[in-house]
Design a protein around this ligand. Structure first.
Ligand code: NG1
Ligand code: ZN
Length: 528
């Protein structure tokens, strides 16, 4: 390690005085102008992580659904997962090190983690369409090269595409080809194979309006469209040619405001969806004949997918276990429907996909979605092998079901939640089952709910347990929430400090919108 070179280059990416950051649920995120030093340092860290894991590591420059002025960075581990928690601490230490301590902090991390410094390092880099992203990704590259790491810069990619590239590269191409064409071809082939089986292929199933949040999703969907246009036609809105990234559009806007994005032309009962700014989240929605807006969020996506998978498993007669993983934000109706009607086991983890992803790995088939539309389905290696064998061995209807499952495995991004992949899975299921968007929506009725953000002096004073559903500190807060919840029917409420913003989030649901609103308000007063 040429520490003098590190010091020299680090000075060119100086840390603003007094700035303290933490590697949170989505890596580092803040105003882009303060991130140059973080990018350089994450380039350094990616090299150490790559040497340690003897694998390719990914660095994604994005701030997802945050405003265009923000940016962020996260590291992607060898199998496309989020960075291991012990290294999140190293990331935080390195990002906060004063200039004169850079050498010692780097040595410290290398020693603590027992990194073999002689090992080669390889880092792949991707970025979203923010104006600041290109320059910031150059700073990452500067960090990588100063430590002697090799790199490949993919340039513009969606976040899940970068996860895919990392996964492909570390599994010797077994998962797929680590190129953008490889990604398009793998997913499109599976989608086309799947939809071939659709007996309902009338026009109404074949067109979809997509709000791309004025982000990277538009570019990538436009490139990919050609590969599946015979089966599905997509009309892109908020494609970045006019509007500002995430401004009044995108999955986060639609989910939190429960209204359509600006610029979308919605006819009644037409299927529409929104991606977020880095295309790892998706939500669906439509206007009914009376002009009412209906949101179909991650919970309903998980429900549609699980019921489809369960039917296929029944068909092939294999007892592979399915588990559904949610967070505390999952609508109570979805949890009840999954458990009581569909009879699938449901688990709740802390917010942040890394927690859901981890839990989902415990099952043969693990379905995980956050209510905000971030999620995917994971197949264990054993389940995948079994299904691929059955697709060869079984006959007739059973074989057809096994083949469909095989295509579903290929269509889901096994490394991360992926708006494009999820969209294609959903479109295939709707076509195969002959379901309209209203029929899908009618699976269950969401309980009215409200989310509020509360600004407090120190959000870390609130700590939680039981997958964030119970407050432990400050003393008395949980008792106060319990008392408030008792005043309403079908009610539930919780608070937790956000991992991505300097706020406390309040969630409440109840039998009517009025009750949910007033419960959320009362709880936020109790927090304050
Ligand atoms: P925080 O800010 O910790 O609530 C938000 C989302 C998460 C996840 C992360 C990362 C909600 C309530 N929270 O986390 O689900 O997506 O951002 O982007 O939607
Ligand atoms: Zn995102």
């Amino acid at each position: 390690m040429d520490l003098d070179a590190v010091t020299k280059h680090s000075a060119l990416h100086a840390k603003p005085n007094g700035l303290i950051l933490q590697y949170g649920t989505a890596g580092f995120r803040m105003k882009a102008e303060h991130l140059d030093h973080v990018m350089f340092r994450m380039g350094l860290l990616a090299v150490l992580r790559s040497k340690y894991t003897k694998s390719t590591i990914g660095v994604m420059v994005t701030a997802s659904h945050n405003p265009e002025e923000d940016n962020g960075v996260k590291l992607v581990d060898p199998l496309g997962e989020m960075l291991a928690p012990s290294w999140e601490e190293h990331a935080t230490c390195l990002a906060n090190a004063e200039e004169e301590d850079m050498q010692s902090v780097l040595m410290d991390i290398s020693e603590k983690a027992a990194v073999d410094l002689q090992q080669d390092a390889f880092v792949v880099i991707g970025r979203d369409t923010r104006p600041s992203s290109q320059k910031l990704s150059q700073s990452v590259i500067d960090g990588v090269t100063v430590l002697g790491g090799q790199f490949h810069d993919y340039g513009l990619l969606t976040t899940p595409q970068l996860h895919y590239m990392v996964y492909c590269r570390n599994t010797n191409g077994q998962y797929g080809k680590a190129t953008i064409e490889g990604y398009y071809q793998k997913l499109s082939k599976a989608f086309v194979e799947l939809t071939k089986q659709a007996f309902c292929s009338g026009d109404e199933y074949r067109s979809l309006k997509v709000d791309c949040a004025n982000g990277i999703g538009a570019l990538k969907l436009r490139e990919m469209e050609y590969y599946f246009s015979q089966e599905l036609s997509v009309q892109l809105y908020n494609d970045g040619t006019k509007g500002k990234l995430n401004h009044l559009c995108g999955a986060d806007f639609v989910k939190s405001h429960q209204k359509p994005p600006q610029g979308m032309e919605m006819k009644s009962n037409e299927r529409c969806c929104s991606f977020d700014g880095d295309a790892d989240r998706i939500v669906y929605y439509y206007h009914d004949a009376d002009g009412h807006f209906h949101l179909i969020d991650g919970d309903k996506i998980a429900t549609l997918i699980s019921s489809f998978l369960k039917e296929l498993l029944l068909e092939i007669g294999e007892s592979l276990n399915i588990g559904v993983v949610q967070t505390a934000y999952a609508n109570g109706s979805s949890t009840r429907y999954l458990k009581e009607v569909m009879k699938v086991p449901v688990y709740c983890t802390k917010t942040g996909v890394k927690h859901l992803h981890h839990k989902a790995q415990e099952f043969d088939i693990g379905v995980y979605f956050e209510a905000n539309g971030h999620g995917t389905v994971l197949f264990s290696k054993a389940a995948e092998m079994k299904i691929r064998e059955l697709a060869k061995e079984l006959e007739d209807k059973k074989r057809k079901a096994a083949k469909m499952l095989e295509n579903v495995i290929d269509l889901f991004n096994q490394a991360a939640g992926d708006a494009i992949s999820d969209m294609l899975v959903i479109e295939a299921i709707l076509a195969l089952k002959g379901l309209t968007v209203q029929q899908w929506d009618a699976l269950y009725t969401d309980l009215p709910n409200r989310q509020l953000k509360v600004k407090v002096a120190d959000r870390q004073l609130i700590s939680t347990t039981d997958a964030e559903r119970q407050a432990v500190t400050p003393p008395g807060l949980q008792e106060a929430i319990n008392d408030l919840v008792k005043k309403y029917e079908l009610s539930r409420a919780f608070v937790r400090p956000s991992g991505t913003e300097d706020i406390v989030r309040v969630y409440a649901e109840a039998d009517s919108q009025e009750s949910a609103d007033s419960l959320a308000y009362e709880v936020s007063v109790a927090v304050f």
